[in-house]
Design a binder for this molecule. Structure first.
Ligand code: PHE
Length: 428
C-alpha cells in the first residue's frame, strides 16, 4: 500500500492517485551533483558561470526539485494533453506537485524575483525514461534568460538592445544561420520585427559565447594532455536550427560540429508574453534557453555511461577538479550478464496496457544501478489464443565490481515476481 505522505528535501506532501515517485528516485534529490565543484556536472556549471559573471546575470543553484504542475506545465502553455504531462513520463508527488521535468519550471519564479536583467539557473531534473547508457531518470539542466522593459527604455529600447549586443564578448566561432522564416517560426505580435530580430540576435550571440567557452576549454585541456587529434586545429562551428517550444516564439536549437557530427546542444527562444505577464513583467521582452549538462559532460569528459555521474566510488570523483575538462580513465571494466524475462500479457489488459517506462521503473527499483539496460527483444501474438507474449532482456553490470551469478539470480527472481504482481502478467 502507498504511504499517506511523502517527504522530499524536508517537505512533506500528502499522496494521492497521482503519486508515482519511487524509492529509487527519492535519494537522488539530495545529491546536488551540480553544486559539487569537482564533479563533471559542477565543473561545467562553474565554467559557464565564470564566463557570464559581471555581465548582468544572477546565478540560482539552490532551487528544490518539487514544483507545481502550474509552474512546470500550465504557465508555459503546455496543452492539457501534452504527453510530457502523463504519469508514464513524469514523477508526480501528487496531483498538484511534481519533480520538475526541466529548469523552465522556474521561469515564473525567477522572472518574478530576479534583481538583474538576466539569470542562470542550474538544477537536477527528472523524467521517467528507458534505461540505457545515455538515459537516466535524473539529469541536469542549466537555463538562462534575459529581459528588457519597454517602459524603462521607452523609445530607446532598440538602441539599448543594439548596445547590449555590442557588449557581448566576441568569439571567432563559425556560424551557419539560415535566413529567418517568419512563416514556419513566427514572432509574437506584441513586438516589432526589429525588436524580435534584436532579441533573437542577443540570444544567439550569448549562446555562441557559451558554446565557445565550453568546447574551446575542452580542446585546450585535450591539447595540454598531449592530444594531437585533427579536430583540435579546426575552428569551432555551430548552426542554428528552427525549433518549437510552447513558451517561446520564435524558437531555435543550436548545434555544434564536434568530432565529425552535429551535436544538439540547447533549445531556446523569445519568451512568450504570457509567461512574462504572469510573472508581473508588463511590457517586457526577452529570451530564454535551456541546456542539458549530462550529455555534454559525457562527451567532453569521455564518460561512457551516464550512471557513472551518480557513483559514490572515489576512483570516479578523484579524477576531476574545478576548472578542468579532463578525460575519464575507466578504472576497470566489469563484464555484464544478461537475463531474459518472458511473459504473457493479460488478455483483457488491466486498467492500462503495460507501458515500457513502468516496467523500467520496476526493474530499477528492484536492482537499482546494477541494471545497465533493459530491452524488448521479442514480441509475438499466439495464433490461437490471441495473447501477446513479450521478452525483455536485462543487462546487469556494475561500474565498481564484478557481480556473481548467484547475486544476479536473486535480483532476477525479484524482478520476475515484482513484474508478475504489478502487471498481472503470466511468467513463462
Ligand atoms: N526546457 C527546454 C527543454 O527541456 C529547453 C528550453 C528552455 C527551451 C528555455 C526554450 C527556452 O528541452
Amino acid at each position: 500500500p502507498k504511504p499517506k505522505e511523502i517527504t522530499v528535501n524536508g517537505s512533506t506532501y500528502a499522496t494521492d492517485g497521482w503519486t508515482n515517485i519511487s524509492s529509487s528516485i527519492l535519494p537522488l534529490t539530495d545529491r546536488k551533483l551540480h553544486l559539487d565543484a569537482n564533479h563533471p556536472i559542477g565543473i561545467l556549471r562553474s565554467l559557464v558561470e565564470k564566463r557570464f559573471s559581471g555581465l548582468g546575470y544572477t546565478f540560482y543553484n539552490e532551487f528544490q526539485p518539487v514544483v507545481t504542475t502550474h509552474e512546470n506545465f500550465d504557465v508555459l502553455g503546455f496543452p492539457k494533453d501534452h504527453p510530457g504531462r502523463s504519469k508514464s513520463d513524469t514523477y508526480y508527488v501528487n496531483e498538484t506537485h511534481l519533480l520538475r521535468t526541466h529548469t523552465s519550471a522556474h521561469e515564473l519564479e525567477c522572472f518574478t524575483q530576479c534583481p538583474t536583467p538576466g539569470y542562470f539557473i542550474s538544477a537536477d531534473v527528472y523524467r521517467r525514461d528507458e534505461i540505457d547508457r545515455t538515459h537516466y531518470p535524473a539529469f541536469h539542466q542549466m537555463e538562462g534568460a534575459r529581459v528588457w522593459s519597454r517602459t524603462e527604455h521607452g523609445a530607446g529600447l532598440e538602441s539599448k538592445l543594439e548596445a547590449d549586443i555590442q557588449a557581448i564578448p566576441k568569439t571567432d566561432i563559425i556560424v551557419e544561420d539560415p535566413s529567418y522564416n517568419a512563416v514556419t517560426n513566427p514572432k509574437q505580435d506584441f513586438m516589432t520585427d526589429r525588436e524580435a530580430e534584436l532579441v533573437g540576435t542577443h540570444l544567439k550571440r550569448t549562446l555562441e559565447l557559451l558554446v565557445n567557452e565550453v568546447f574551446n576549454e575542452a580542446k585546450e585541456s585535450a591539447r595540454l594532455a598531449g592530444s594531437q587529434e585533427p579536430y583540435l586545429n579546426e575552428p569551432l562551428k555551430v548552426r542554428w536550427v528552427e525549433a518549437y517550444f510552447p513558451w517561446t516564439a520564435p524558437s531555435w536549437e543550436i548545434e555544434v560540429w564536434w568530432k565529425g557530427e552535429w551535436l544538439e546542444c540547447c533549445g531556446c527562444g523569445v519568451v512568450r508574453e504570457q509567461v512574462l505577464t504572469n510573472s508581473g513583467l508588463q511590457d517586457t521582452i526577452g529570451w530564454a534557453f535551456g541546456v542539458g549538462l549530462d550529455r555534454i559532460a559525457m562527451i567532453l569528459f569521455g564518460i561512457p555511461d551516464i550512471r557513472l555521474f551518480w557513483t559514490l566510488d572515489e576512483r570516479f570523483k578523484l579524477q576531476f577538479s574545478e576548472g578542468k575538462i579532463t578525460t575519464f580513465k575507466p578504472y576497470s571494466k566489469y563484464p555484464g550478464t544478461t537475463r531474459d524475462v518472458s511473459f504473457w500479457l493479460p488478455l483483457a489488459a488491466p486498467e492500462a496496457p503495460l507501458h515500457e517506462n513502468d516496467l523500467m521503473e520496476i526493474v530499477r527499483n528492484t536492482a537499482g544501478d546494477l541494471v545497465e539496460s533493459v530491452k524488448l527483444v521479442d514480441e509475438f501474438v499466439h495464433p490461437k489464443t490471441g495473447r501477446v507474449s513479450q521478452c525483455y532482456r536485462v543487462n546487469y553490470q556494475s561500474m565498481d565490481r564484478s557481480l556473481t551469478n548467484e547475486e544476479i539470480n536473486v535480483y532476477q527472481e525479484m524482478v520476475r515476481s515484482e513484474l508478475a504482481e504489478a502487471f498481472q502478467v503470466e511468467l513463462r
